[in-house]
Design a protein around this ligand. Structure first.
Ligand SMILES: C[S@@+](CC[C@H](N)C(=O)[O-])C[C@H]1O[C@@H](n2cnc3c(N)ncnc32)[C@H](O)[C@@H]1O
Length: 400
């Protein structure tokens, strides 16, 4: 099981300015626990773009969910590759890392001084900019103080206007305990916000997590997916040579994020979704239509504890899903019943060696339930989904 990196104070004791490096240099962000998937996707896309492999450092300076990427190519080439990625949220061009306790004077002054010295190419071409910041830890100043001080320093240096909504450059000034990370954020909207939603409940999954589940399902070429095939312009998960139709199911489909990601990534899969609630099935239909994939995706009403009443035995190649988490099922939720009956009926409808890739909220109940059936656990890890920590389980139906 992978261990989650935590957001910590870094032990870097002097300021670091990144401007001098001749190589392209970015920080990519994703959910803590999914960094290796982002790196695998990055290297694949670089290879397809005929660019050299990148050097990647996980959680630079203790920033969980961040990947420090350097590559011997032009900055614009690396940014263009980053923008094609499905596993990440944002792309940052790092400017510097300030050790606030090791600078003379007080921390806000140290941030202002650093910004006076640092060179930020994005600010040179901006007509207006904004500062965005977050603060982790106890400080004698607020986040607004940081933004004001940083904004004033940048106005003084670049003679550029501030505009919080219509900006050309978004400068991140994030304080983590006694350190400060400064970067230009190159993505306005997160890259995972790639679908049109007619309706999107709070519990919907981010599409980069849906991508991670597809990646981790690691479906072999004979199941239609060869994740590491590298022809330029081929889809990431290309068609199997035999062109046999394959079937993917999300039986807790909610607003259809996994179905949309599967439709985008899996060219020769028939994609099925079901949900126990009519309202959710309605959302899924609307969202599938809004993204123009109705010819690829079918959604029906059905209880995931009784999949054998909806789908034929041995008919599904892979189930990719996120069943409800705690609050959604209420205080008296019976996760044991949910997991046990889902796994039982999934075993019936999966083809031999078919796989399940799923997010698991109650790992104890799930581990007990999984032992009741003939599944091999192929992979387990824990990820951070905005302060909740589900497990990702990859199961395979054993051939008896
Ligand atoms: C965490 S949400 C899924 C979110 C979805 N991935 C999305 O992006 O919108 C869980 C879904 O499971 C559905 N659900 C709860 N119990 C169910 C059951 N027994 N069978 C099928 N669906 C169920 C809920 O209606 C909800 O839509």
């Amino acid at each position: 099981m992978s261990i989650l990196p935590s957001i910590t104070s870094s032990n870097v004791s002097s300021n670091v300015s990144f401007a001098a490096s001749p190589d392209a240099h970015l920080i990519l962000t994703t959910n803590p626990g999914l960094e290796d998937i982002a790196i695998a996707e990055l290297q694949l896309q670089l290879q397809r773009a005929a660019l050299p492999a990148a050097r990647c450092e996980l959680s630079p300076y203790g920033m969980a969910g961040a990947i420090d990427v350097t590559c011997e190519c032009a900055q614009a080439e690396l940014v263009a590759v980053g923008r094609t990625m499905r596993s990440i949220h944002h792309i940052h061009h790092p400017v510097g890392w300030i050790a606030l306790t090791h600078t003379s004077g007080e921390p806000l002054r140290a941030i202002a001084d650093f910004l006076h010295e640092a060179e930020i190419p994005e600010m040179r071409v901006a007509n207006c900019f904004r500062v965005t910041g977050k603060r982790v830890g106890q400080h004698a100043f607020t986040s607004v103080d940081v933004q004001k001080v940083a904004g004033a320093a940048l106005v003084a240096k670049y003679d550029c206007g501030v505009n919080l909504t219509q900006y050309d450059a978004n400068i991140l000034v994030n304080v983590y305990h006694d350190h400060c990370f400064i970067a230009a954020q190159l993505t306005d909207n997160p890259l995972d916000a790639r679908y049109q939603y007619v309706y999107r409940p709070k519990v919907s999954l981010k599409s980069n997590v849906a991508y991670a589940l597809l990646h981790l399902a690691d479906l072999r070429p004979d199941n239609g997916i060869a994740a590491h095939q590298c022809e330029k312009d081929a889809p990431i998960f290309p068609k199997a040579e035999d062109d046999k139709p394959r079937v993917l199911l999300d039986p807790f489909c909610g607003s259809a994020t996994i179905l949309l990601e599967a439709a985008a990534c899996l060219p020769n899969y028939q994609i099925l979704g079901s949900d126990r609630y009519e309202q959710a099935v309605g959302w899924a239909h609307d969202n599938v239509a809004a993204n123009k994939v109705t010819d690829r995706v079918a959604v029906v009403l059905g209880d995931a504890r009784h999949l054998d009443k909806i789908y034929a035995p041995n008919s599904i190649d892979v189930i990719v899903t996120n069943p409800p988490f705690g609050a959604q099922l209420g205080a008296n939720a019976n996760f044991w019943d949910l997991y046990k009956n889902f796994l039982k009926s999934a075993w019936t409808v999966l083809k031999p060696s078919g796989r399940i890739a799923m997010l698991v909220w109650k790992r104890g109940a799930f581990n007990r339930a999984v032992k009741q059936f003939d599944y091999e656990i192929r992979h387990v890890r824990i990820m951070d989904m905005g302060g909740i920590y589900p497990g990702i389980f990859i199961l395979e139906k054993e051939v008896l």
